[in-house]
Structure formats: C-alpha cells, structure tokens
Ligand binder design. Structure first.
Ligand SMILES: C[S@@+](CC[C@H](N)C(=O)[O-])C[C@H]1O[C@@H](n2cnc3c(N)ncnc32)[C@H](O)[C@@H]1O
Length: 376
C-alpha cells in the first residue's frame, strides 16, 4: 500500500471520525442518499472516508455490490468517475437515479405519462384480487386502501411495460419505491416502517400515488449537486460473472458485500421487489442467484470477483471490502486468505460495533465487528 494512503487509513481506523460529529449525524451527507430506504445501506460518512482515502482526485472506482449506490454516489459527489453493479432491480433503479443529474421538466413528463396510464387503465377484478392476496408477513391488501392499491398496481404495470432507462425515469420509479411503505404521511401504505414492511396498522385511507410521488421527486430535485459532480454508470447484473468491458483502469474497488449473517434480504424488501416485477415464483428462484444465499454454501463465490478485480484494477490500485464478523463467521479472515491467492497484500482492520444502533434500536444481532479488508 502506498505509505500515504496506508497512514491515512490507519488514522481513520484509530480515530473513527465517522462516529464523531458532524459525520455521526443521522442525516450527514447529501440528502439524496435517502432517496429510497434500503436494508443494508452503508452509512454515507463511511463511504466518504473510504472514497477520500483510496480514490485519487479524478480517479475511477467500482462498487460490485453497489446496493442503493452509497459508494458510487459519494464518489460522484467528490468528482470521481464511478461504476456500480448490483443484481437487484430495486438497487439498480435507486443507484442509477443517484448517479445522474435529472431535469425537472423531463421528470414532470414521466409523471404525466404515468398519470395518464393510471387513469386510462383497466384491471380485471381477478388480477386485483390475486395481487391483493399476495404477501409475506401480511398481504398487500392489508397494506393499502383499495383505490390506492389500484393505482399502485397500474403503476407497476406501467413500469413493467416501459422499463426505466433515463435518469428521470430512474428518479420517478425510485421515488415511488420509497413511498410504497413507511410510518409517516408520505407513505402510500397504512402505518408501517420505511425500511422493512412491518405489519401495517391504522385506518385504510386513500392516498394519491401521483401526489406522493410528485412530492418526493420535487424534494430530490431541490437538492443541488456540487459543481464537481461526475455522472456515474450502474449495471444491473451478477458481479460474480464477467464485468462489462467499460469497467477498466480502476483506481479502486470499494464495496460492502452482503454480510454472512444478514437476514433474508428479500423479506426485508418484499413489497419493493414485488413492485419491480417479482412474483411468487421469482421469490422462490431469484434469491439463489444472490451472494447472500450463495456464500452460505461456500465463499468460493468470491473467486471470480477477485479474478475480475485483478484484471480491471490499475497497477497500485486498491480493493477495499467492508465486512461483518459474527460468532458464526469471520468474513474478514476467510476473504483475506482468499484474496492472497490473487493479490500481494491484504490487511484487515476491525471496529467493534456490538453496541451500535440499527433502525434506532440497539442492535442485538450477531454482527459484533465491522471489518475493513484492504487488498492491493
Ligand atoms: C450490503 S448490500 C450493499 C449496500 C450498499 N453498500 C449500499 O449502501 O446501498 C449488498 C448488495 O449486494 C447485492 N448482491 C447480492 N448478490 C449479488 C451479485 N451476485 N451480484 C451483484 N450484486 C449482488 C445485493 O442486491 C445488495 O444490494
């Protein structure tokens, strides 16, 4: 590791500045980091320190498990060219929205088309009935007032017919995904939770989808991007397969793969995944393609990631992984041993997080340490 970056990161690990003000504040960073709630989202301040330490000015960085884009977005905000890969359509939409600059008139156009579609749309009673009975902890019919649910079903159909491609389409669908459930007035659901769809409670009240989405889109558009912002590139795909050829000459790969002990991600996201098109069959088959599930059998799933990384990193580039250690699994040690088959050096740092909060509650879950594996 270059002496400069080595000592810079050592200092971060000793002082943990992201645990101190202003970085420790819940809302630190660009407000659009909160475009859509996502379980497993990294704290933007941690992403910031990793990006600032390991990516040189104007450098290129990839996150192969980019989730809702915290690392690419933080890189883009700091004038670095960012790439991201995620297998989840939900993560892909939200991260794509964050790394692009959107025009408000083009957003208004997308919303107008969506509104027109919803108002002209007809759905059979059978289709509505089948979908309203779908669900896991509770059914969709229990989350939504019937007219609101009709609008949600129509909007789902609209985006399945017209998969988002432009920055503005990504922003509109991400805003809609965000307002699907929550515990505040912005949410289309009955009272639930913004990240995990907790069992709903309270009255069934009609909420206009277009109104709620428009509010959320306006809020995002009102956030100014810094002059040095550089648009990024997000790919929907499996990062254990060969990466797109345009992902090359990287100064750094910075990523937080799924933790070994993480809960079933698809249950925490089920309403939003359903909205992107998942159905009963997809919920059975799709999770098996995710590293969350694959690594339960073997960490060999990371071999192809290290192979891709070695090929795409510049000489002197870094591969930094943010990991979780629990009583069941020391991810850092396992991946360190594996990384040394592909790279010269791999240094592991750890941070005790046994008393940290999750969802505003002291986390009694099994991850006791966060680990930073710095590979070169
Ligand atoms: C811990 S989350 C990353 C969160 C991210 N740092 C953020 O702040 O949003 C891990 C991500 O890995 C993704 N993932 C799982 N298996 C994958 C695969 N085979 N290829 C690409 N992404 C995958 C999941 O969809 C999830 O978004």
């Amino acid at each position: 590791m270059s002496k400069y970056r080595d000592s810079k990161w050592k200092k971060v690990m000793q002082e943990l500045p992201y645990r101190q003000e202003p970085y420790s504040k819940k809302n630190w960073g660009n407000p659009n980091h909160s475009l859509c709630s996502y379980q497993g989202k990294l704290k933007p301040a941690i992403a910031n320190f990793m990006v600032q330490t390991f990516v040189p000015k104007g450098g290129r960085i990839l996150d192969p498990f980019s989730g809702v884009g915290t690392i690419p977005f933080e890189a883009a905000l700091n004038g670095k060219e960012s790439f991201g890969i995620d297998i989840s359509p939900l993560a892909y939409y939200v991260s794509s929205a964050k790394v692009h600059a959107c025009k408000s008139d083009a957003c208004a156009n997308v919303i107008a088309h969506l509104e027109e579609f919803i108002h002209g749309n007809q759905l059979s009673n059978e289709y509505i009935h089948d979908n309203s009975r779908f669900g896991y902890n509770k059914t969709l019919g229990e989350y939504y007032e019937p007219n609101t649910f009709f609008e949600i079903l129509s909007a789902r159909q609209f985006f399945l017919n017209n998969p988002p491609q432009t920055a503005e389409e990504f922003l509109v669908i991400s805003s809609l995904l965000h307002v699907l459930h929550g515990n505040r007035p912005y949410a289309l659901s009955r009272k639930s939770h913004p990240i995990v769809p907790y069992a709903p409670s309270g009255a069934f009240v009609y909420k206009s989808l277009i109104e709620k989405v428009t509010e959320k889109v306006k809020k995002s558009l009102s956030v100014k991007l810094p002059k040095k912002f550089i648009e990024g590139h997000i790919f929907l795909g499996d990062s254990t397969e060969r990466w797109d050829d345009s992902i090359n000459e990287l100064d750094a790969i910075i990523t937080s793969p799924p933790f070994y002990d993480s809960t079933k991600f698809y249950m925490a996201n089920w309403i939003r995944l359903w909205f992107t098109g998942w159905n009963e069959d997809t919920f059975e088959t799709e999770p098996n393609k995710y590293v969350d599930e694959k690594q339960k059998d073997s960490f060999d799933v990371y071999d192809s990631i290290f192979e891709n990384a070695r090929e795409r990193l510049k000489t002197g580039g870094y591969f930094v992984m943010h990991l979780g250690k629990s009583d069941k699994c020391d991810m850092g040690e396992i991946l360190r041993a594996k990384a040394l088959r592909y790279f010269r050096k791999a240094k592991l740092y750890s941070e005790d997080v046994s008393a940290c909060e999750k969802f505003g509650i002291v986390d009694l879950g099994s991850v006791s340490e966060h680990q930073y594996l710095v590979i070169e």
